[in-house]
Design a binder for this molecule. Sequence first.
Ligand code: ZN
Length: 500
Amino acid sequence: MRGLDHMKRALSRPNILESCLSSAMIPISQHRYPRNEVSMHTDSMKQNPSKHIFFGNVSLNRFSFLRSNSEFIGLAVRSSYTRLIFLNNHQPLCFYERENSFPSLKLLKVSMSEVSNGLRDYLYRWTESNKRQDESLWDFPAITFLGMDKKIGGLEFNSNIIDNTNTNQNFDSIENSKVNDGLFHYQSYSGVPCFAIDISNNQFLQDEIVKIIDDKTGHPVNNENLMNKADLLNLDTVNGPTTSTFIDHLMYLPNSEASVFSQSAMYIDWLTKNKYCSGCGSKNLIVNGGTQLKCSSHLPETPIDSKTCVVASSSRCNVAHPRTDVAVISSVTDTNGSKILLVNNKRYPVGNMYSCVAGFLEPSETIEACVTREIWEETNVVIENHNPGDIKILLSQPWPYPATLMIGCCGITNFNEKNEVIGLEHDNELNDAKWFDIDYIKEVIMENERIDNLLIEALKLGKKKDIELLRGEKANILKKEVVLPNKNTIALELIKRIVL
Ligand SMILES: [Zn+2]
């Protein structure tokens, strides 16, 4: 059948997510859902690398086995090569780098050689607390070891500052003098260590960041290459982006940097929202380089006997692992591959946006069962799932708002005058759901891409009149019957797998 062949071809295409211009976002509810731990087999990751998925690039080697090695963490923080990333209220500090006339947003990554003695000492004291795992950890914010990158280029806030000749200033002598390659070496491992630090509500850290920016730019407020200090601290200003628009800005980050932010944001969100043990109410300690939580009932300062804490006395271990909320998102077509089911959710920020059906995986539910349940609950459409290939798991995308992994699927509905009938009465989540002709949605995608490509070109060349005209065309597109999701979302990728 032509339709099934079309599906097979569509499903075998490589991932083609690219940088975006569109700004439509799909909000994910921040309600807490039962936790599901997802483990992926290494071989399957090699076969299906997610390096092109926005927020899912493998930018760093996480060296997860080194997190519990306090000697490694202590030495890594003392390396002049180490880079620090800062988050304020879940948003990263960024700056604009101007390439020709085309400004590009970059993560602010400060090397240890750029920080003051005060901040350096502060971080050294954190490594000592991290080693002892005692109550002194409560004096520090969430600080997380992210991993190491082999590439020094692109990690600097200011490349002129990073100079091997400067590395002996105020640093413990930990660099391996025999290997002058700009990387930190530990045993047989090497790279540029990266740490994320939460500076929310921490006046000392915020002041230190402002000092660094002042030192490096000289004109931090008016320098066109930087957002002003308040923006860097992600505070609303008269002319600067507000917090909400700043999220849109993040979709312009290079994927390698967006993915580092995503990892940082998910860890810090979890660490800062779980200050107390769920078993006994004792304060939690952030241990293992800021990647695990540990109940403190074993400490003499804590009045609760650790034997009474079901978490601390667990036969497995008394640490909690980071939470990941698994959500399933699915495009749906018919057996002929001529229609696509798209929905308009009441929560969408753009009133005429149509996207895929999505929902959170429930405890003891397969991904396939979740796809059929969510589609039926939201639209009344039935995927029988009788045959292999009726539901395909295609790709996944981390989504750091706050800690979701989106599992992208495609389902096929067998039209029989019952399965395809749309009804919104079950859970009342949608404004609308429709079966669209594939050719129509294809036209919408092509028109969007044509304007985006022209706009990027005009921005690069600084053609102000063209930019104005194209932005006008873009605004008209947003008024049409159907607006599709952002280019960097898994939702658009799933739609493209069906229609292109
Ligand atoms: Zn406890």
